[in-house]
Write a protein that binds this ligand. Structure first.
Ligand SMILES: Nc1nc2c(ncn2[C@@H]2O[C@H](COP(=O)(O)OP(=O)(O)OP(=O)(O)O)[C@@H](O)[C@H]2O)c(=O)[nH]1
Ligand SMILES: [Zn+2]
Length: 347
């Protein structure tokens, strides 16, 4: 299910077959390259964190080598750099290779952006930050995030903020049946933030959420040195003001607990307000629901699996369930169908 990006310049990423081409045409292999992870992108300048084998890591500023001009490099990418990778002031290294990606979180072109974009590479979890009130939760937006994540082969953590304002149970009941983990937080309860941190340890998680939901407040609690600017919710619209625009990867601070598993990255995506999903195929989404995929193998060719689909095997599966099984099956099929519909709905 994990899709690999089609790299237009992939020929430079493969090791060259020695002797298969005239020597003069051979690219240097950059044996001296070091590897870093892209943590930020700003007008053609890439911020990387290079692990040099010690507990200390260094930050390196880099640009793309000319042969990568047409290749997109995004936050989360692991890249090989040459040149001055010391990270010293005023230095600029050169990115010569992008390593294979384990996942790509995409969004399709929408009204405001005509291009299909890779949002983040190599992440394994999408954290959908939703306020329980102020602003009111919108299940359409959550559904679309779940579809984008499942299509990318990523897990979903639904983080319900502002628990001091409303009851999280209805949303929890809606999303647990489709494999979504749920965490509930409130600003005045530091322990609630720790339940989120536990689920981020050892992983690379992308945080998305609408303005004003408390995403910056949460990130600041998780990564104090991140110092993300928090907005102020407008009393009239219930929305916060936009404070920053480009994606950035932040390393979780080391846990003070002895022997605790360390490390983990959170990627904040202030620029992502919605997920266009035209690129998502029904079959790809179905793969995220193993049990349903098995049932749907008996569907007529080209079945949409929607509620009005004739002879959809999912309906037979519901009809054949015992009284005990039925509620869970119904919830799961209904959720899957809701996600299928979310692909086409406007946010
Ligand atoms: N009642 C309540 N308010 C909260 C909670 N968490 C955050 N807020 C408030 O919600 C407002 C928005 O929080 P932010 O963290 O700025 O929200 P954001 O999602 O980062 O929004 P932008 O900065 O606009 O992208 C601020 O006034 C916070 O103080 C909470 O748990 N309960
Ligand atoms: Zn079907």
């Amino acid at each position: 299910m994990v899709r690999h990006a089609v790299d237009e310049d992939a020929q430079y990423a493969r090791p060259s077959k020695r002797g298969s081409r005239p020597r003069t045409k051979q690219r240097p292999e950059h044996a001296d390259a070091v590897t870093g992870m892209v943590t930020g992108v700003d007008r053609g300048r890439y911020t990387l964190v290079v692990d040099d084998g010690t507990a200390r890591q260094r930050t390196v500023l880099a640009m793309k080598a000319r042969e990568l001009t047409r290749t997109r490099v995004v936050v989360g990418d692991r890249v090989d750099v040459v040149g001055d990778a010391s990270g010293g002031e005023g230095t600029l290294a050169r990115i010569v290779r992008i390593q294979d990606r384990t996942s790509v979180l995409r969004r399709t072109a929408d009204d405001t952006d005509p291009y299909e974009r890779i949002v983040v590479a190599n992440a394994d979890q999408l954290v959908v930050v939703t306020a329980l009130a102020q602003p009111e939760p919108r299940t359409g937006m959550i559904d679309r995030c779940v579809v984008a994540a499942y299509d990318a082969g990523m897990d979903v953590l639904l983080c319900l903020t502002k628990a001091d304002l409303a009851d999280p149970s209805p949303l929890r009941d809606l999303y647990t049946p489709i494999g979504v983990e749920v965490a509930v937080t409130r600003q005045d309860d530091p322990a609630s933030v720790e339940t989120v941190r536990e689920r981020l340890t050892g992983r690379t998680s992308v945080l998305v959420g609408h303005s004003g939901v408390g995403k910056s407040t949460l990130i600041n609690a998780l990564v104090p040195e991140a110092d993300r600017a928090t907005g102020v919710v407008n009393d009239v619209t219930g929305r916060g003001r936009h404070t920053s625009t480009s994606a950035v990867a932040l390393r979780l601070p080391e846990s003070p607990e002895p022997g605790a598993e360390q490390d983990g990255w959170v990627v904040d995506t202030p620029g992502v307000r919605s997920f266009g999903l035209a690129h998502v195929e029904t079959d790809d989404l179905l793969q995220a629901f193993e049990d349903l995929a098995e049932v749907a193998a008996d569907c007529p060719r080209g079945c949409t699996h929607l509620a009005d689909a004739p002879d959809c095997a999912l309906d037979d599966w519901l009809a054949a369930s015992s009284d005990d099984e039925r509620p869970a099956r119904e919830a799961r099929v209904a959720s899957f169908r809701r996600l299928l519909t979310a692909r086409h709905a406007a946010d």
